[in-house]
Design a binder for this molecule. Structure first.
Ligand code: F6P
Length: 345
């Protein structure tokens, strides 16, 4: 058992996500009665490299529960890419007298957290991503909000698709995994759902759409995850990589829409939902999950269980090694995709 820390740092890294503020609020509310001072590190790992911090007290987290984004700001800074940045980060960690750190993030932020833990830093993780592709946890917060936004958009696309007798392609987020596409597509009654895990078979997609039109339907909804592959390739907006080596995705919807229209002759329109899915107020599910994760993260700090993170397993919050979340991607469950296929065409 480690001694209770007097100063605890908290940061949010990677893509923002509805529910981040619920976690920050829960951390401060749980730590404050323990007499722990919480320091908010701004803009992810960048804030520790550049020593940009703010004090977090009960006043600073008041009223933030329904707010989207993160009051701390975020970045995709990878301190392990630059030895000078890493040295600065370590220097500032000690200058700020941090005795523990909670890093809230996805695979990249948690990957850095895990490396720091392996180097002896007292780090606890909190899993975050709208993509829901982190292993070890049934769900990440942010995912439910994104799915609901995408579902509502699909509902709206239905009425205009039906009026104009068109194919509507809706491109949703999902870099490596099609969780948002499958959940939103199922909930929204999509006629075809395409995900990164299963290469797109254009002939098959067009066959399904023709079959549907043969049985009297004059419109269809196709949901495609941004990371879905056409002829083995992902569609990218630009070749530039971020600090973690990720290319900027986007464009598969437009590419697919053109191909579908050319092959079927059905008039097709494309909607890219993009960051709309990541913005705005979190659902009740995400606020509660974020709150449970935040409280548990502080409990892990108090118990000296570093290198771990809370995870949702069924209805329980489990404590699992950060390593579990970062070592393997959680891709779409094949049974769920087979279920979604029942409704294709
Ligand atoms: O955080 C995950 C995610 O939303 C992915 O679905 C998407 O590919 C990526 O982030 C886009 O991030 P940004 O535009 O912020 O670089």
């Amino acid at each position: 058992m480690s001694p209770k820390p007097k100063v605890l740092g908290v940061l949010t890294g990677g893509g923002d996500c509805p529910g981040l503020n619920s976690v920050i609020r829960a951390i401060v509310r749980k730590a404050h009665p323990e007499g722990i001072q919480v320091i908010g590190i701004k803009n992810g790992w960048k804030g520790l490299v550049e020593k940009q911090v703010i004090g977090l007290d009960l006043t600073s987290v008041s009223g933030i529960l329904p707010k989207g984004g993160t009051i701390l700001g975020t970045s995709r800074t990878n301190p392990y890419k630059d030895p000078a940045a890493l040295a600065a980060l370590k220097k500032h960690y000690s200058e700020l007298a941090l005795e523990a750190l909670i890093a809230i993030g996805g695979e990249d932020t948690l990957g850095v957290a895990n490396r720091l833990f392996q180097e002896g830093f007292r780090v606890v993780g909190v899993p975050k991503t709208i993509d829901n592709d982190l292993s070890g946890t049934d769900f990440t917060f942010g995912f439910d909000t994104a799915v609901n936004i995408a579902m509502e958009s699909i509902d709206r696309l239905h009425t205009t698709a039906e009026s104009h007798h068109r194919i509507m392609v809706a491109e949703v987020m999902g870099r490596h995994a099609g969780w948002i596409a499958v959940h939103a597509g199922l909930a929204g009654g999509a006629d075809v759902i395409l995900i990164p895990e299963v290469p797109i078979n254009l002939e098959e997609v067009c066959k399904l759409l023709r079959k549907r039109h043969e049985r009297g339907k004059t419109f269809s909804i196709v949901v495609v995850a941004e990371g879905a592959k056409i002829q083995g390739d992902t569609v990218t907006q630009e070749g530039k990589l971020d600090e973690f080596g990720h290319v900027r995705l986007g464009g598969v919807g437009h590419h697919l829409g053109e191909l579908i229209e050319a092959k079927t002759g059905f008039e097709t329109r494309v909607t890219v939902l993009g960051h709309i899915q990541r913005g705005g107020s979190p659902t009740a599910f995400d606020r509660i999950l974020g709150t449970r994760f935040g409280v548990r993260a502080v409990e892990l700090v108090l118990r000296g269980e570093f290198g771990k993170m809370p995870a949702l397993r069924g209805n329980e919050i489990a404590n699992i090694p950060i390593e579990t979340a970062v070592s393997q991607l959680k891709t779409v469950d094949r049974d769920l995709y087979e279920l979604a296929k029942v409704f294709f065409g």
